[in-house]
Design a protein around this ligand. Structure first.
Ligand code: ADP
Length: 307
C-alpha cells in the first residue's frame, strides 16, 4: 500500500470539567486527507482544499506532526499529504488536531503500523504545539482512539479510552467568530482555588463513572466547569443564553467546546439532540452572527480509511 485516503474526525476537548484531559470524537464532521509514499525523503504538503493554510511543512500542523514521527524512524523515502478541510481553524472542534492526528495515523498505516496509538498522540501533539503553543492531547487523543478519552498523565503520556454510552449524542453550535486557542489560553489564570479544584475533580470522577455505568443523569450533573468556563464564556457572545436554551430543550449538559467559540451539548438520544439543535438555532439567530449547528453520535473508532 503506497497511498491512503482517510477521514479524521472533529473533536470536543475539555467536556466541561476536564480541561486539557478529556475529549470526545464526533462521527459525521471531519477532514479528509490523502497520504502517499514517495521516493524522496521528507514530508511535502501538496494540496489544501477548503481553507487557507500554509503549505510549508514546518508551518502546517500536519507537516510538523509527520516530521516528529519520521524523526523516530529513519526512512529513505518520504510522504506527500493532501488535506481536504471541512473543519474551520479556530472553531474549537479540533481543526488542527484532525490534521496532526490524521497525518501521523496515515503515515503509520503506510509504514505497517510500527507505532501504537499513544506514540501517535505524542507525535500529533507536536503539531498542536505549533497551533496553540502548548503540548496538549485532549483533541488528538479522541481523534486517534475514538470515543471518549482521558489523558491521565502527560508525563509519562498515559491515555485511557473511556466507555461511550450507546444513546449519547452531541449537538454543536459553531458561531462564525474565530478564537485562537493560543489567545483563549492566555486569558486563563495559572492558579486555581482549592475549593474550585475540589468541585472540579468531583465532577471529573462523576463524569467518568457516569460514562461507564451509562448513567445519563450522572453524566448531566457532572458537566460543570468552575475553572475555565467563567473566564472563556466572556469570549463567546450569548454563551449563557445558549446554554440555558440547550438545557431547557432537554440536553444533559452544555459547555464550551475546546477553547471555543463552539458550544457543545450532550444529549440522550438522537431526537433530543435534534430538538436541542433547533433551540440553539432559534437562540443564535438573535445575535446576527452567522453560525452552523451539527448533531452527531459519538465516533467510537477514530480516524478511519475511506474510499
Ligand atoms: P482549532 O482548535 O480549531 O484547531 P487552533 O487555534 O488550535 O484551532 O489552531 C488553528 C491554528 O493552527 C491556526 O493558526 C492555523 O493557521 C494553524 N494551522 C496550521 N496548520 C493547520 C491545519 N492543517 N489545520 C488547521 N489549522 C492549522
Amino acid at each position: 500500500m503506497n497511498s491512503i485516503k482517510i477521514f479524521s474526525p472533529a473533536t470536543i476537548a475539555n467536556i466541561s470539567c476536564g480541561f486539557d484531559v478529556l475529549g470526545l470524537a464526533l462521527d459525521n464532521i471531519g477532514d479528509e486527507m490523502i497520504i502517499k509514499k514517495i521516493n524522496e525523503p521528507g514530508v511535502r504538503i501538496t494540496k489544501i482544499v477548503g481553507q487557507k493554510l500554509p503549505l510549508e511543512t514546518t508551518k502546517n500542523v500536519a507537516g510538523v506532526a509527520a516530521l516528529a514521527l519520521l524523526n523516530e524512524m529513519e526512512t529513505s523515502f518520504g510522504f506527500e499529504i493532501e488535506i481536504y478541510k471541512n473543519i474551520k481553524p479556530g472553531s474549537g472542534i479540533g481543526s488542527s488536531a484532525a490534521s496532526a492526528a490524521g497525518a501521523v495515523w496515515g503515515i503509520n498505516e503506510l509504514l505497517g503500523k510500527p507505532f501504537n496509538k499513544t506514540q501517535l498522540v505524542k507525535f500529533a501533539m507536536e503539531g498542536e504545539k505549533l497551533a496553540s503553543g502548548t503540548l496538549h492531547a485532549d483533541n488528538v487523543a479522541p481523534a486517534l482512539f475514538g470515543g471518549f478519552t482521558l489523558v491521565r498523565s502527560y508525563n509519562p503520556l498515559d491515555i485511557i479510552q473511556i466507555n461511550t454510552p450507546k444513546e449519547l449524542f452531541v449537538t454543536v453550535i459553531h458561531p462564525h467568530i474565530e478564537i485562537k486557542t493560543v489567545d483563549a489560553r492566555a486569558i486563563l489564570s495559572p492558579t486555581v482555588l482549592l475549593k474550585d479544584a475540589v468541585k472540579q475533580w468531583g465532577n471529573v470522577g462523576g463524569l467518568i463513572s457516569g460514562l461507564y455505568t451509562e448513567d445519563y443523569e450522572l453524566i448531566g450533573r457532572s458537566l460543570e466547569d468552575f475553572i475555565v468556563e467563567p473566564i472563556r464564556a466572556t469570549l463567546i457572545p450569548n454563551y449563557y443564553k445558549v446554554k440555558e436554551s440547550a438545557l431547557n430543550a432537554g440536553a444533559l449538559g452544555c459547555g464550551i467546546s475546546g477553547s471555543g467559540p463552539s458550544i457543545f451539548a450532550l444529549c440522550k438520544g438522537e431526537n433530543v439532540a435534534k430538538t436541542v439543535a433547533l433551540a440553539l438555532k432559534e437562540n443564535y439567530k438573535k445575535t446576527g452572527i452567522p453560525f452552523d449547528v451539527y448533531s452527531s453520535k459519538i465516533n467510537s473508532e477514530g480516524i478511519k480509511i475511506i474510499k
